[in-house]
Design a protein around this ligand. Structure first.
Ligand code: 2BA
Length: 109
């Protein structure tokens, strides 16, 4: 079994959860916040058997779109502590940021 941790944009989350559930996947949704934009995003936990892993990845790829987002929040520039941009910055966010972890044990009590 593998655990897919997928960070996606809020705009895509509802459709993505529906598609995954319709295809028989089980999903946990976490309301999360990106460290750079300080804006809400959604993190999904999807536990999948090996033979269903690629199917879940295909659905995530199909649904999650890249979008431009502008931040005017004070954001540290280039990792330099105390140096902030006074101008709006445009960044390309998503489709999805995905971590895949092996699951040592899956227990339901
Ligand atoms: P945020 O941290 O809010 O980042 C939003 C977008 O801002 C990123 O999109 C990227 O285009 C840009 N960005 C982030 N850090 C930057 C930096 N130091 N300098 C310039 N631009 C920067 P994505 O890469 O698609 O990431 C979307 C969200 O996924 C992130 O939201 C964060 O919540 C998560 N994420 C991405 N990489 C991660 C990682 N290695 N570990 C944990 N979370 C991650």
């Amino acid at each position: 079994m593998k655990l897919i941790i997928a960070i996606v944009q809020d705009e895509d989350s509802s459709r993505l959860i529906s598609e995954l559930m319709n295809d028989g996947y089980r999903v946990t949704k976490l309301a999360t916040t990106g460290g750079f934009l300080r804006a809400g995003n959604t993190t999904l936990l999807v536990g999948v058997e090996e033979d269903r892993f690629q199917g879940a990845m295909d659905i995530i790829e199909k649904i999650c779109k890249s979008r431009k987002q502008v931040t005017t929040a004070p954001t540290a520039m280039g990792g330099m502590a105390g140096v902030y941009s006074p101008y709006p910055i445009e960044v390309m966010v998503g489709g999805a940021t995905i971590f895949v972890l092996p699951v040592e044990q899956f227990v339901k009590l």
